[in-house]
Design a protein. Structure first.
Length: 299
């Protein structure tokens, strides 16, 4: 076995168990975005297979992009790990964006610590790791709602030492009083701290707004919204990303939502609406961000 200090990201698909166990009442509206015929045999299992395939493709793209990071898929979840914590954060951010664009709702846990892996791996049956960081990453994944990545203060400090512009926030569970840190993987601030010209702002804002509009309007997430728990997971995801949009506007925008409102409101999931809102929000937010920067320069 090879032992080292490294970073581990655990990513899990939300709602997948309910889907495979047939606990969701799905209709044509939920199946068709994934090209599944609702009248066939075992349509929910075929939908699950399509989702796993999309997840696998996102992982493969991540692996090709980040050579320093190792990956292992275990059905509807995956581990990413490396001695290079910056490589894991870059790969994690990339994977989460890829997942959203593919219509995959997932959540993660991130930890830095002891990792143990075999010296030789039979890749035909997949890689595996053990260690304190592995256990903690899997535990942290369960400590919140929505398409977010949870971690601890020690891991956050390790990342901030090397990446001072990364964004974290502490969250307190009111039921038990425990504190967990959220790594704001969707925040554009790490990019914008390096450059804030229009050429840098536009793609960063487009990517952030795409997270919002995909989760809120894409038909690919319709099956997630078919249950109260799925609606809540989507709502928590949208609220977190919308808060980042509001912060980028320096309070001038109107992008704040509540989980209660989004959970109770029935969203019309159409790509035409998603594209229209995406264009509107992107232009608005770009204008507000540029206005904020002009005010700072004059001040």
């Amino acid at each position: 076995m090879r032992s080292f200090q490294g970073a581990v990201l655990f990513v899990d698909m939300l709602g997948f168990s309910a889907l495979t166990r047939g606990r969701l009442k799905l209709t044509e509206s939920e199946y068709m975005p994934w090209k599944i015929k609702p009248g066939g045999k075992f349509p929910h299992q075929l939908l699950a297979a399509q989702i796993l395939l999309a997840f696998r493709k996102a992982l493969m793209r991540t692996g090709r992009r980040f050579k320093a990071v190792k990956l292992a898929q275990l059905s509807d979840c995956a581990f990413l790990w490396s001695e290079d914590i910056c490589a894991v954060t870059d790969a994690g951010r990339f994977l989460m964006h890829e997942a959203i664009e593919a219509g995959l709702l997932c959540r993660g846990g991130l930890a830095f610590g002891d990792v143990h892996e075999p010296n030789k791996i039979d890749h035909s049956i997949g890689a595996f790791i053990v260690g304190d960081a592995v256990t903690r990453a899997a535990t942290y994944e369960t400590m919140g709602k929505g398409m977010r990545i949870f971690t601890d203060s020690d891991t956050a400090s390790e990342i901030l030492f090397k990446r001072p512009h990364e964004s974290f926030q502490a969250l307190i569970n009111p039921l038990v009083g425990e504190t967990v840190d959220e790594w704001l993987w969707y925040s554009p601030e790490p990019i914008l701290e390096l450059s804030r010209d229009r050429l840098t702002l536009r793609p960063a804002i487009e990517k952030l707004v795409s997270c919002h509009t995909m989760l809120r309007y894409s038909p690919r997430f319709a099956w997630n919204a078919a249950s109260p728990e799925g609606c809540r997971q989507l709502a928590c995801s949208i609220v977190a990303i919308s808060d980042a949009m509001q912060k980028l506007s320096q309070g001038y925008g109107e992008y704040e939502f509540t989980v209660e409102h989004l959970s109770s409101a029935m969203q019309t999931r159409k790509d035409s609406i998603r594209e229209r809102v995406h264009k509107q929000f992107s232009e608005e937010l770009l204008g507000l961000a540029m206005y904020r920067d002009r005010k700072k320069t004059r001040g």
